[in-house]
Design a protein around this ligand. Sequence first.
Ligand SMILES: [Zn+2]
Ligand SMILES: [Zn+2]
Length: 576
Amino acid sequence: MKNSEIAEVFENIAGLLELKGEIPFKIRAYQKAARTIEHHPVELSKLVEESGTEALREIPGIGEAISKKILELLDTGKLKYYEELKSEFPEGIIRLMDVPGIGPKTAMRASKELGINTVEELEKAILDGRLASLPRMGEKTAENILRHIRTMKTKDQRIPLGQVLPVVDDIIAELRQRTDIRSIEPAGSLRRFRETIGDIDLMGTSDDPEGTIRAFTQLPQVVDVLVMGPKKASVVLRDGLQVDLRIVEDDAYGALIQYFTGSKQHNVVLREWARRRGLSLSEYGITNLSTGEVERFATEEEFYKRLGLQLIPPEIREGGVEVELAEKGAIPRFVEVKDIRGDLHVHTKESDGQNSLEEMAVAARDRGYEYIAITEHSPGLGIARGLSEERLRSQIAKIEELNRKLKSIRILVGTEVDIRADGSLDYPDELLGELDVVVAAVHSSMNQERAKITARVIKAMSNPHVDILAHPSCRLIGEREPVDIDMEAVFKAALETHTAMEINGQPQRLDLKDIHIQRAKDLGVPLVVSTDAHSIAQLNLMRLGVATARRGWCEARHILNTRPLRELLEFCGRNG
Ligand SMILES: [Zn+2]
Ligand SMILES: [Zn+2]
């Protein structure tokens, strides 16, 4: 049993004793014990195991009675005294008390007077105003409780970036259409392109903040408005996501978006930096500590400049060395979507994609790409309609024909060849030799032990035809753990075999991930950013891939597909 769980038991005991009208001294003893245990630096289970039961008594505020109860909880996971106490109360009250902000008294009244016995019923009673009508409750407190319920539900549940982005894109598009909002963008981990997102915070400027906020709360996807003020609102969407919007004047936007972009650690470092210069930072601006004067900033660039720093890209605001480097102006220009000259991992209808070869090629051309590699699956993957040798040969012919027709883009013949369990490839060498780009990937036998799967992948990379290793960790965020592969060994092999590592832009993959990208880059391993698009729309995932590369501190020069066609083909061992 963890300290936090033990503390909760004592907290609840205190609450129930209060309901029973016990003497305050007794109640306070349990409350004090709960707080002590919650903040104790060592897990009590470990403490008892290592130093014996006596060690508990040495903790201030833990007397004999409490110490016995802790031991009973550690031994049995239960506490007889607590169970008996609980049985004196209706079950509903106990459940309601789990919601932060609901003390024993409120729980009792909600249960007795409103017949509420579950958290769901409580939520309903808040939404229809019944809870607020209780004496000494009021709307504000009820709203706060609702917030607690919502955060309780989503606690520790970070949402994959890919799930959040389209929702936020929609909201931004609708707000642009319905209101006079300017400069609207997400802050927080979404702006930093972390792979999972906590809160969704949008920031904007508008001449009519109230109208904009009202329009926001009235969007069709909004099912519930948690908080609404003249410049700020908090809503819940149909799919349960909570979104906050803040509107400020133009000249306050820079400080606001900086503050809410975080990360927390970055802002801690920045605040300390400012403090040493007699300044203090807030969401409103920069305060001169000696005069008390607050300076406002329309842009983040000006905000950082006032601190003597170069603008730090959101993707690297992690509280590492970025502030030091920014002082020297030493943060490089990271790769941008506009640097990318082509996509090197794309599927069409021939395997498991949705669009035809020509549609994909035209879409790539319209994006301004110089080249696109068509990389269908190989036949070993029965599920993905992999191409037989014969079908791949006929695709080569089709691509040659299309290349004659479409002038301003070069379609490269490629494959995403499966790396079999033994490290051999799913096509014969001779066929691979006819292709422009060979992308290799693991799609099966992912549970192999570390040494085995590492050797398997390195064997595939050692095939002279293999140019790129796709989604090297094979993880699916929130669904599947990465394979147990020795990434360092793979990177070393990449250098020796001249194989590029892919940064896959599929939101559930983002693979390689940021820290691995940074390591690969530092070692000089060639990298590519690809979308693994299965439709025209997914070609847009390049922005996720590029953002992930930026989180790994990549400049354009580190990314192969920022290079012109000829250089790319040289890397792949062919002549343009
Ligand atoms: Zn794949
Ligand atoms: Zn693929």
